[in-house]
Ligand binder design. Structure first.
Ligand code: C6P
Length: 488
């Protein structure tokens, strides 16, 4: 078989890459509970006062836990994890691709959706579709309550101080652009610096390049070790050189799976009076994230990477910071008063939610949070971890394979990027697709990282709640088949 994306020379590989497929709860009612996933005895609430936050429109509970601490324990709780039961929740996993079962190993790009999320989207449109915060009639009030309840659930998931610290946006990309154009334009000036890392996704590079051009600021980068960790010395040196206003870094690399010690970096940055933004697109869906413990100033993530709908995401920011930030977009519902020549703004988060937002998306994301909370974020992390170790142990033995990032799978998240000999990543992904295996290939929207790795592309398998060791075995067999086909 001829390699369609011939990788013989780096120039042809780069050409291939540029052509590439664009690199691309309300838990109030017991009947809504997931079958077979009972709340563990140790954390079952005995009292049911609602959890409320100041400014919250709808009172909401996460299974009636009395305190934030109890709810957080529930969300991150440890209990037996039954992957076969989980798989039944995802209708798409019944599909056959080329006569073979769909083996979905591209959850870092977007995750599949459980029935409960799909059903809630349908229920919203069938039963209570209305605009929020505008109508005084029944279904508008229902939609508003569900929308605000979703906000409260997200606040609890990441242990924010208040739902008013949760801004609904389209996704991680929009969240970062919001910070760059609102906070950044106000706070970053001529000659000042923004500190990034070489493992960032384009979404956490380009908005800062735009800001730097607008303000005459400059970007600095923390380098990487050969096994995909940040060079701490670099970080310290840049910080101590002065003038850095913002540190912005990913929590988990979408290419290498590296888990950055953001808590420590935040502490060091704060000592130098820098603000810190954490790109949590690849962490919030996969592990417990506690913004108060991390003490980051901003945190961004996307609903579609955590079993929620596309087109909805979250910007978390500390309340005091949000209050000082000017609007990002102007329009309906973000204003207090509008006059012909000037206007005043509502308090956060509404100041940043101009126009009709993705109401169904937010409600669907609330359901996804319910779902993940039922499973337990610690369980999800442990499951990812086991599969990652298994993948390193099996895929790592294939002749000619090179896995990028941390060598010790225990120190990384469930993202496994690899190349086999000089087989181009797109050829590899196409061949795996013949076997019903969905992986991503290309630069993964991280071209500077590709440059650092000295490659134009990689094939990436990424795991989530529904993946099994049997699926990893299928991946390994298929990669071995590719090795035979391409004579590696
Ligand atoms: N990474 C991937 O396949 P959006 O597209 O806004 O939901 O998320 C952007 C983003 C930001 N940061 C990180 C670390 C990411 O991984 C992503 C999305 C996907 O790796 C799609 S490019």
């Amino acid at each position: 078989m001829k390699q369609r994306w011939a990788a013989a020379s780096s120039s042809t590989s780069l050409k291939a890459t540029s052509h590439a497929v664009a690199d691309t709860v309300s838990c109030r009612k017991a009947k809504n509970r997931l079958p077979g996933l009972a709340v563990p005895k140790s954390t079952t609430p005995t009292i049911k006062p609602p959890l409320t936050f100041p400014g919250q429109l709808a009172q909401s509970t996460v299974r009636g836990y009395a305190t934030q601490k109890q709810a957080t324990a529930y969300i991150h709780g440890k209990r037996l994890y039954d992957v076969e039961k989980v798989r039944h929740d995802f209708p798409i996993l019944n599909r056959l691709i080329n006569g073979k079962p769909l083996t979905y190993l591209d959850s870092a790009a977007t995750t599949q959706k459980p029935r409960l999320v799909i059903d809630e989207l349908t229920r919203f449109y069938n039963e209570y579709n209305a605009n929020v915060h505008r109508g005084v009639y029944k279904i508008s009030e229902e939609a508003t309550a569900a929308y605000e309840e979703a906000r409260a659930k997200i606040a609890r998931l990441i242990n924010a101080n208040s739902p008013s610290e949760i801004v609904f946006v389209r996704g991680t990309t929009e969240a970062i652009n919001l910070v760059a154009q609102s906070w950044g334009r106000t706070n970053v000036g001529l000659g000042e610096g923004i500190l990034l890392t070489e493992m960032e996704h384009h979404s956490n590079i380009v908005p800062w390049q735009l800001l730097a051009k607008q303000k005459g600021a400059h970007l600095k980068y923390v380098g990487l070790t050969d096994d995909g960790h940040l060079v701490h010395e670099d970080f310290r040196r840049h910080l101590e050189s002065g003038g850095i206003k913002l540190v912005t870094m990913t929590h988990v690399s979408n290419v290498l799976g590296t888990i950055n010690p953001v808590r420590e970096y935040v502490r060091e940055a704060h000592k130098q009076s820098c603000r810190v933004l954490v790109d949590a697109a690849q962490s919030v869906p996969h592990m417990p994230v506690d913004v108060q413990d991390m003490d980051c100033d901003f945190l961004a993530f996307s609903g579609h990477k955590m079993c929620g709908p596309t087109g909805i995401g979250v910007l978390y920011a500390k309340k005091t910071i949000l209050e000082e930030m000017p609007p990002y977009h102007g329009g309906g519902e973000m204003i207090r008063e509008v006059h012909l020549y000037e206007s005043t703004w509502r308090d956060p988060p509404y100041r940043f939610e101009a126009g009709t937002t993705n109401i169904a998306g937010a409600i669907g994301l609330g359901k996804a949070v319910d779902y993940l909370s039922e499973l337990g974020l610690r369980n999800i992390q442990a499951h990812d971890q086991e599969l990652t170790e298994y993948t390193h142990g099996t895929l790592g033995k294939v002749k000619g394979i090179r896995i990028y990032g941390p060598e010790n799978p225990r120190t990384k998240a469930g993202v496994i990027s690899f190349n086999l000999g000089d087989v181009h990543a797109h050829d590899m992904a196409s061949l795996l697709d013949e076997d019903g295996i969905a992986v991503r290939s290309g630069h993964h929207c991280a071209q500077p990282l590709m440059e650092r790795l000295g490659v134009s592309s990689t094939t990436r398998a990424s795991v989530y709640v529904y993946n099994t060791e049997a699926e990893i075995d299928r991946l390994v067999e298929s990669v071995e088949r590719a090795g035979r086909v391409f004579k590696v």
